[in-house]
Each structure stands twice: as structure tokens, then as C-alpha cells.
Design a protein around this ligand. Structure first.
Ligand code: ADP
Ligand code: MG
Length: 609
């Protein structure tokens, strides 16, 4: 019998390793972004095509590589970040295993162009399934550009397993966020199929979160800061009233690296006990700094798991700092919608512009006194003597006068109680208005405008992807080339809002699903009208684009006048309306609610006596 064991050729070994490190386009994106950061870049540009399946490009203005290094970078276990085994316990870079580039190059075509500041010419290398097919000098700016084409083309089993471009792109966005969040000092760009999805200027942590997650986050963030001799925590927890039913924005970072930890998640969730409903999830962005020798990042190839020397201590620090933050920022419930009047509406253009600072801080309030549950003061809501001044009502935010910090969005605590209260005093009138009586107000609500506002805010704010109702029969939407391009531009917004739409050849889209909240099933006409509006609007930045899409769709998908609503639907509508930021004002600046207190009604009658 001959001997049968053989050493695998490098290309095959790399391909096997790639199975662990590179699972999908998003993993390649993560590795390239991390390399750019390790290279000291201050500006990083990510370009994606076809969900990353056919094209991923990362350009940075970092250190660049020498000709020899550029070639060596693709060898397995080739790294500039680690020399001795002691270094393994003092890791300050994102990478250190030296296998990412070797892995990617084994399962794709990779092109690198790189130049150091001290060199006159740069180097270009092309590798195709681990084989160097080109290696020559080139002219390029200082820094490095990696391009990855046809990922997994030589591993058909992997390629087949990839999901739709949209789904792959969502994974890429996830990785992009995880890298961009802990590095607000770096400018990032993200393009998807020629459309700019993000342009994140170097900024503060708070701004970076708002830029990535949506401007409405700015008002939700409560700062967290704690320093002990072995651990430093900084970041934000989201106010309890912005907790979500779906797990959304929950981020832990250790030394700038995103990690998953259900144990630490529990610590934050615990701090929110009593402050949010069961089944809701708090949002948080917590950045920890720990002496690298006290942690082990090398337990999984993707490095999202970390072992800590003293987990229980960290747990305690996380929990107490989150609690302190919540206590300090005085997250008290507020109830003010029954005294809302539709007449004092300030004319404001957009939901982001509302700030009339009024201070209102209950310095004795402590959310952690168990004998004082959060929703305790509900009865005050009905107490007319405590009615707030109109001035206060005009502001929907409480602002700390000293720091200008927005303390709280005045809204939705106690909604359950409100619903119980109006339950037996509510009906639909003319199939167009909802008439409701609360403790001390009569409301007449325009059902269409109310629902429009609800959808609009959902669409603009939603940072996790919307819920989709699948069409029983996918609809084909024929388009010409120009319209196809325009639809592709708004596709990220549509996907974000819960549409499931995909290109279907060069001249059509297939509509598989629409947002779960849509009442209008004529998806094609709806999208056609949106497309018309979009084309007429001219060039838009991503934020305005999303607003336009949201405005157009919420108008079309909302409940119209003439639609009959049952009791449950009416109550849901009222509940959702008061959860929005401006329940009283329609998205076209027309009133949603007409409201009268008993005194106002009395006055009305007196006038005519
Ligand atoms: P690791 O990051 O674990 O060291 P990689 O395979 O990701 O391994 O990269 C190998 C080496 O290539 C890195 O150690 C670094 O020296 C070099 N390199 C990779 N990307 C860049 C980049 N964008 N700029 C400069 N050097 C880079
Ligand atoms: Mg790396």
C-alpha cells in the first residue's frame, strides 16, 4: 500500500479557510473595511454592485503598501499586525490572523492598487482564484483600493447559497454600520448600484449615530459614561419610550470592535426593567475600552465573540452605568395629548424642526423606586387643574435650558390608559372622521391624515427594515431603461420601507411584497405615481429622497375618507397616532385633530346665547 496523506496545495487550503472567514459578500466587506481602518485611513469609500456578488470595492487613503507587501498580503498567515505570540494578547488592530485576503483571493478575482506616500509609483496586482495574473507598476493615489469581483465564482455551492441582492446588501449595511459606528472620526461613503446610500462626515459619536440610524435618534439618546480602573464605557442608551417590539439597534463594541454578547445584552435589558413593556427591546450603543491583555478576541475567525477575564464585573458595570444614565436623564412619563388643541399649530415644515425649549424637570423623580411604578401618575392626566400652558404644548420636547440637551420627547407614556378611557366614547362619523371623547376633551380626527402621518413617520424613521406582506402573485412592473435606473435609485428606500422588489431582467421589476401597513393593494399604480414624483423632483440627497418616497407612499397607502373602520381599527389608529412625533399636524401641514375642552365648548355655546 502506498502512503496516502498529502499536504493540500495552498490554493485549496485557502479555499477551505475561506469557508470560515468569508461566508457572504458582507464578510468580505467587513474584512476590507477593517484593513482600511488598520491602515490608518481617514476616508473610506465602499462601492457595492449586485449585492456584492459581482463587485465590491473599498478605497482608503491609508498607509498603502510597498510592492513586496502588496504581493505578500495575499499569502496565508501574512500579516503586519502580529509578530510574536505575546502580541496575540495585546491586540490593538482589527486584523491579526493574516488570512482574510488569502481567503478572499481564493474564491474570487481580486484587484489591488496601492501606493505609499514615499513611493513615486504604485503597484497593481490581480489575483484570480489564488493565482497572480497581473503584477505591474501603476499610477494611483496614496492609499489602497481593493476590488473583488465574482465572489465564489469557483465555489458554485457557495454562490448558489447566496440570497437575493437586496438581502445580501442588508447584510453589507449591517457590517458597514458596525464598522462606521465606533469610528466617527473617519469619513465613510457607501454606494450601492451607483446610488449613494451613506455619506458620513467625520463627526461626533452622537452625530454618527444619527447619520447612520436616522435623525430622530438624536433625541432618543441618553449619554452613558463610566470609568473604572479596568473598564471604560461610553455611549448611549435609547430612551425607554423608543423601545421597539423588534430587536433593533443594539450595539456593543469592545476596543472599537463590534461584538455579540447575550450576557451583556441582559445587563442593559435589566437596567430597563420596569421602564419598558415586556416584549420590547431597548436600543443602545455602548463602546467599551478594556486593556487588550484582559480579553481574548481569537476564539472565532470572524472575531465577533470575545472572551473576558471578568465577565461578571463587566456585567455589573454595564448595568449600573445604564441605570445611572436613565436616572440622571429623568425619564419621566408625560401625558399631554388630551389638552392638545388644533388651533395653536405652529406652521412647521418638517418633523425635524420642532424645538421650542421649555424646561420641565422633576428632579425628585427616580425611575428605580419600585414602589413608584412608571405609569403611576396617570390620574393626573385627567386632572384639569394640572393642565399645562399652551406654550408648553407647542413644544413637543423638553429641553434642558443649561445644556440645550433634549431631555425627552413628550409623548406616548400611558397610551394604554388613554385607549381604555376613550374605548367607550369613540365612533366613526361620515366614514371619514373619528370622534372621540377623552377625560376632558372632544376630538375629531381626520382618519386619512392621521394614518398618513403614522405611515410617514414609520417610513422615515424605521431603521430596521419594514415588515412585508407578500403578494400572493408577484406582479411584474415593466419599465424603460431610464425609469429602471430611477427605480434602482429609490430601491434602497423602498426595501427599507418594507417593499420586496427586485429587478427582473433589464426592463422590469418584480413586486413580491409591499409594506405590511399598506391598505392599498394596487402596488403598481402606487409605485408609478411615486416614480413620476421622484423624476420631477430633480436631484436629491439621500435624506430628502427618503422623505419624498415616504411622503408619496404614505399618502397613497393610507386609509382614505370613505373607508369604514371597526372599533379595533379606530383604537389602533388613535394609539399609533399618539405615538408619532406630531400627532396634531398632518404631513402637509394641515391639522389632523380638532379638539375642544369642556370649557371651550361652554364658551362656544355662550357666544350664541
Ligand atoms: P490581517 O488584517 O489579519 O493582518 P489580512 O489578510 O486582512 O490580514 O491583510 C494582510 C496584510 O495586508 C495586513 O496585515 C496589512 O499589512 C496589509 N493590508 C491589507 N489591507 C490593507 C490596506 N487597505 N492598506 C494597507 N495595508 C493593507
Ligand atoms: Mg484584515
Amino acid at each position: 500500500m502506498p502512503d496516502i496523506i498529502q499536504i493540500l496545495p495552498d490554493s485549496l487550503a485557502n479555499q477551505i479557510a475561506a469557508g470560515e472567514v468569508i461566508q457572504r459578500p458582507a464578510s468580505a466587506v467587513k474584512e476590507l473595511l477593517e484593513n482600511a481602518i488598520d491602515a490608518g485611513a481617514t476616508e473610506i469609500k465602499l462601492i457595492i454592485k449586485d449585492g456584492g456578488k459581482n463587485f465590491i470595492q473599498v478605497s482608503d487613503n491609508g498607509s498603502g503598501m510597498s510592492e513586496t507587501d502588496a504581493r505578500l498580503a495575499f499569502e496565508r498567515h501574512a500579516t503586519s499586525k502580529l509578530r510574536t505570540s505575546e502580541d496575540l494578547f495585546n491586540i490593538t488592530t482589527k486584523g491579526f490572523r493574516g488570512e482574510a485576503l488569502a481567503s478572499v483571493a481564493a474564491v474570487a478575482k481580486v484587484i489591488v492598487k496601492t501606493k505609499r506616500a514615499e513611493d513615486n509609483v504604485g503597484t497593481q496586482i490581480e489575483i484570480d482564484a489564488s493565482k497572480v495574473v497581473l503584477h505591474e507598476p501603476c499610477s494611483c493615489p496614496v492609499g489602497t483600493t481593493f476590488t473583488i469581483k465574482n465572489l465564489f465564482y469557483n465555489v458554485p455551492a457557495r454562490r448558489k447559497f447566496l440570497k437575493s441582492d437586496q438581502v445580501e446588501f442588508r447584510h453589507i449595511i449591517d457590517e458597514f454600520q458596525r464598522v462606521a459606528l465606533p469610528h466617527p472620526d473617519i469619513t465613510f461613503y457607501l454606494y450601492n448600484d451607483e446610488t449613494q446610500v451613506y455619506h458620513l462626515e467625520a463627526s461626533t459619536m452622537r452625530q454618527r449615530i444619527a447619520n447612520l440610524m436616522g435623525n430622530n435618534f438624536n433625541d432618543r439618546l441618553v449619554p452613558v459614561k463610566e470609568e473604572t480602573d479596568f473598564l471604560q464605557i461610553e455611549g448611549f442608551v435609547c430612551k425607554p419610550d423608543s423601545a421597539k417590539k423588534t430587536r433593533g439597534e443594539q450595539f456593543f463594541f469592545v476596543n472599537g470592535r463590534f461584538i455579540k454578547s447575550s450576557y451583556f445584552h441582559h445587563a442593559v435589558a435589566n437596567a430597563f426593567d420596569d421602564l419598558i413593556e415586556k416584549g420590547s427591546h431597548p436600543g443602545y450603543f455602548l463602546f467599551m475600552q478594556i486593556d487588550p491583555s484582559k480579553i481574548d478576541v481569537n476564539i472565532h475567525p470572524t472575531k465577533t465573540e470575545v472572551k473576558f477575564e471578568d465577565e461578571r464585573l463587566i456585567y455589573a458595570v454595564i448595568r449600573s452605568s445604564a441605570r445611572q444614565a436613565l436616572g440622571k436623564y429623568n425619564i419621566t412619563p408625560t401625558l399631554d395629548f388630551d389638552v392638545e388643541t388644533a388651533f395653536q399649530i405652529p406652521t412647521k415644515k418638517s418633523i425635524t424642526q420642532v424645538v421650542i425649549p421649555t424646561i420641565k424637570v422633576n428632579s425628585d423623580y427616580n425611575p428605580f423606586h419600585k414602589e413608584k411604578p412608571v405609569k403611576q401618575d396617570w390620574q393626573n392626566f385627567y386632572d384639569v387643574s394640572k393642565k399645562e400652558k399652551i406654550d408648553d404644548l407647542l413644544s413637543n420636547q423638553w429641553v434642558d435650558l443649561e445644556t440645550g440637551e433634549v431631555l425627552e420627547q413628550k409623548k406616548n407614556a400611558g397610551l394604554d390608559e388613554l385607549i381604555t378611557e376613550v374605548e367607550n366614547k369613540v365612533f366613526q362619523l361620515f366614514n371619514r372622521y373619528i370622534v372621540a371623547g377623552s377625560g376632558n376633551s372632544l376630538w375629531i380626527i381626520d382618519q386619512h391624515r392621521a394614518h398618513e402621518r403614522i405611515l410617514f413617520e414609520k417610513f422615515v424613521a424605521q431603521t430596521s427594515y419594514g415588515h412585508t406582506q407578500m403578494n400572493l402573485f408577484p406582479e411584474t412592473w415593466e419599465l424603460n431603461g431610464a425609469d429602471m435606473a430611477a427605480v434602482n435609485e429609490i430601491l434602497p428606500d423602498l426595501t427599507h420601507m418594507g417593499f420586496d422588489i427586485e429587478p427582473f431582467g433589464q426592463q422590469a421589476m418584480v413586486i413580491r411584497g409591499i409594506p405590511a401597513d399598506a391598505t392599498n393593494m394596487a402596488s403598481k399604480q402606487m409605485l408609478e405615481a411615486l416614480l413620476e414624483q421622484y423624476k420631477n423632483a430633480g436631484k436629491l440627497n439621500p435624506e430628502d429622497r427618503r422623505e419624498l418616497v415616504a411622503q408619496s407612499l404614505s399618502g397613497k397607502m393610507s386609509i382614505r375618507g370613505g373607508m369604514v373602520l371597526n372599533k379595533a381599527e379606530i383604537l389602533q389608529l388613535i394609539r399609533d397616532l399618539f405615538e408619532t412625533q406630531m400627532p396634531w399636524m398632518g404631513i402637509n401641514n394641515k391639522p389632523i385633530i380638532f379638539s375642544k375642552t369642556p370649557e371651550e365648548l361652554d364658551e362656544l355655546f355662550l357666544k350664541f346665547k
